[in-house]
Design a binder for this molecule. Structure first.
Ligand code: HAM
Length: 476
């Protein structure tokens, strides 16, 4: 049997539905914050990541999926999304667009040759967003708030935002020297990689996985002690905006991030739910003002964030967040003979195009087996297509829960389903998960807030949403 590659996952069944739900919330929130979707290739020139992510990072030295293609080009499977977005920004001269800054988001697979363990895969999926062309601390705060609001909108409660700053070039240089002076007398006690890092890139010693528990490493100088005044003011401004946006955060001076392109703000968002394990950083990001010019473009300040969707889905499951994942169908069509089967083919097509979730029999089961299949699929209604009824332009429709059956005109079937499915759709009780509501329900976007009380009447025209909206009694 051929097995999947180590560190790669098959996502299917209920889990796949959760992934699609996450994608839908990401798309919805990105639209609200006015980020445009961008797709860049999974393969890029190897040099992009060496120059972009950094020669001495683990991602480049140890985890890179490099190969030569048939034309002898050095190619790498992207380990992250930012470098590709920046390449695209430069190559497509987006810096010349009238609309600046450029705000984009992406969602796709990345590849890192890591030792597979819980929360650490070789093929991972990230969504991420970048603001290119703004140095305003408000854009740092916006990126952090957008990340937090995606988690909140999904219903996650147990998260923690940690922020730090690396400062500008001058501050980083002062910090680098402080690290070299600090580590030099002890460097023999560190791994071989760290010994090399000392001269090349001492910051990378701080995120070494081998020496992570070394007490000397834990007591290393912190970036905040080496900030110049400008960098300190800038960091305070970011915090001011976060306070205005009511985003809770803590300053964690240990955050330096494992990629070389950062300066100024860096941040990570952790899952705090019990049982998550050690790889609990759901996502991270920060400012990278030097990357565009490093890759050959004009001086362009940027900031961004990326989240690992696999870890996010794990957090949603551990927190037992209610999600509008449907595993029901509206109607199961049954038949016995070939004429009835042809009618099932015709009717399923019509009803699906009218917007209903419809399934039918494909394995030649008898009626008893078909009823069982309808139950397995959680069909809300069933129809046994009987030739005699069909000749009279009629059909028997049965509510699969109450078992009530009615003989109705075929012309009336769509209206019947429309009307009766509305009654069937139940809104979840206390924490309302939008998405399972009828056309007339507009989600207010605050369903997961603590104070939202769902009245259970989302289908009714007179539904009043009691969540914290602009207007307390806003009707939705
Ligand atoms: P990163 O911290 O390398 O940042 O990755 C972001 C997130 O991707 C992590 O927090 C984690 O959730 C997920 N992730 C990373 N590696 C793995 C793995 N091996 N298995 C599972 N999940 C993983 C970046 O990638 C930057 N590009 C973020 C950014 C965007 N900075 C500025 N803009």
């Amino acid at each position: 049997m051929i097995q999947r590659q180590k560190g790669c996952n098959d996502i299917y069944g209920r889990e796949a539905k959760i992934w699609k739900y996450v994608d839908s919330i990401v798309d919805a929130l990105m639209e609200k914050y006015n980020y445009n979707y961008i797709r860049t290739p999974i393969i890029e020139a190897t040099e992009l990541f060496h120059r972009g992510v950094g020669e001495t990072t683990d991602i480049v030295t140890k985890e890179s999926y490099d190969f030569q293609d048939k034309g002898g080009r050095d190619i790498t499977l992207r380990p992250e999304g930012t470098a590709g977005v920046v390449r695209s920004y430069i190559e497509n001269k987006m810096y010349g667009d009238a609309t600046q800054p450029v705000k984009v988001y992406y969602n796709g697979t990345m590849y890192r040759y890591e030792r597979p363990q819980s929360g650490r895969d070789r093929e991972l999926t990230q969504f991420g967003m970048e603001i290119l062309g703004s140095d305003d601390p408000l854009s740092d705060a916006e990126i952090i708030s957008l990340a937090v609001n995606i988690y909140k909108m999904l219903g996650l409660k147990e998260i923690k935002v940690n922020i730090n700053t690396l400062g500008d070039n001058e501050s980083r240089q002062a910090y680098r020297e402080a690290l070299i002076n600090y580590f030099k007398p002890h460097i023999k006690d560190f791994c071989e990689d760290c010994q090399e890092r000392l001269a090349k890139n001492p910051l990378r010693i701080l995120d070494c996985k081998v020496d992570a528990e070394n007490e000397i490493l834990k007591k290393a100088p912190k970036t905040l002690e080496y900030l110049n005044e400008e960098s300190r003011d800038r960091f305070e401004k970011v915090q001011e905006y976060l306070d205005i946006m009511q985003i809770n955060y803590e300053i964690d001076p240990n955050i330096v991030r494992g990629l070389d392109y950062y300066n100024h703000t860096v941040f990570e968002i952790e899952a705090k739910v019990e049982g998550f394990g050690s790889n609990n950083v759901l996502g991270g990001g920060g400012r990278y003002n030097g990357l565009v010019s490093e890759l050959g473009g004009p001086d362009t300040p940027c900031v961004g964030f990326a989240c690992g969707i696999g870890r996010l889905v794990k957090a949603l499951e551990l927190e037992e967040v209610k999600m509008p994942i449907t595993d029901t169908i509206d109607l199961f069509l049954m038949y016995v003979n070939e004429d009835e089967k042809s009618y099932a083919a015709y009717l399923s097509q019509e009803l699906r195009l009218a917007g209903f979730i419809v399934d039918t029999e494909y394995l030649g089961r008898g009626l008893k087996g078909q009823f069982k299949q309808a139950d397995r699929l959680n069909a809300k209604f069933t129809c046994v297509l009987n030739s005699e009824d069909l000749n009279n332009n009629e059909v028997k429709i049965k509510n699969n829960k109450t078992k009530e059956e009615e003989l109705i005109s075929l012309d009336y079937l769509i209206y019947y389903l429309d009307e009766h499915l509305q009654d069937e759709d139940e809104c979840c009780d206390d924490d309302c998960c939008c998405g399972s509501h009828g056309e007339d329900h507009e989600c207010c976007g605050h369903h997961h807030e603590e104070d939202h009380k769902c009245c259970g009447n989302h289908k009714e025209g007179n539904h009043k949403c009691h969540c914290k909206g602009e207007d307390e009694d806003e009707e939705v």
